[in-house]
Design a protein around this ligand. Sequence first.
Ligand code: SF4
Length: 372
Amino acid sequence: MNDTLIQESNHILLNEIQASGIRLEDVTDLTVRKGGAGPTDHKAITIFNTTVMIPVLSHAAESSPFTATRPTKMGLASLKKDGKILTTIRFIKEPKFYKEKSSDGTPFWKIARLHSKDVLATTVLQTCIRYKNKETSCQFCAIEESLKHETTIAYKRPQQLAEVAKCAVELDGISQFIMTTGTPASSDRGAKILFESVKAVAEAVNIPIQVQCEPPDTFDWFLKLKNAGASSIGMHLEAVTNRVRNKIMPGKASVSLDFYFKAFRAAVEIFGKGNVSTYILAGLGDTEDEILLMCDKLVDIGVYPFVVPFVPVRNTPLENHSAPSKDFMHKILDPLALSLVNAGMTSETLESGCAKCGACSTLSAFEKKHSA
Ligand code: SF4
């Protein structure tokens, strides 16, 4: 470890690495996702005993000061900054379940993927009513890209999800299952598909399940999802002001912030404080103050704001958009973590979901700092 690293606390450096990405010598393996929803173009890497999703294919990663040597058979590599070795890192290995298939012959890795080190994640419906039309699509999203690459299937049937979950638990000790979905052309906005999926998975395995969708038309869905076996729900704002929502996600912005808040309140009544969360992408144009103000409102009603650095994804309209700076992220994550600790609602207290996993943001590392 060099002097600079010793002086910087690890979570600040992690924050910088996650914002900048890492240049790798080899990014051809299945552990790097190309396209799709969630942390695409990333790789799961353990740095300072924390597993984080690090951009490795983005434009920012191409010019990142951070590089990693080719990993050993054990997955170990040296992480360098500007050519100087900082520390040893570990690449998360390909899970065993990727080698198996469902009873209909579909490779499991096309049905669900390993996120971080022990999270199973899937996009149940890989298409979205908002995606094909520029007037409505979210400009950061690559949900249908992985379909074009044939690295996934358009719809994962409940039986397929139950089979992959069982196998991933048995072979790889998966700790939770996160199910997101593209938005279908129905007013339940994906809740029905998630309900059927959760029901089948919960009958096959006993692990926490998070569902993620847009707020459905009627909030009865929350109780149905909970009774089917979901332990938490994510309804993702992505951007917090109408200025940015209208510009970056014009289709999704037609669902008002007011309606999101009605849905959040109804969901907290069913799932409990903290087990309702929302993804906020920092770096899309909302200011630090605007994001923190929104986070205050969310924390007040028991919703966990999972703030992650926006990472521009290839083949999206925002592929050349810059990633947020480490200072921008620090100004948000540090006070937010303190308010989450004060509210008794931290990554550790949650049942399931992205905020529980925490690999796409260094927010939980800041929480640990404030809890110490
Ligand atoms: S935080 Fe969510 S999206 Fe990110 S790696 Fe974890 S489960 Fe996947």
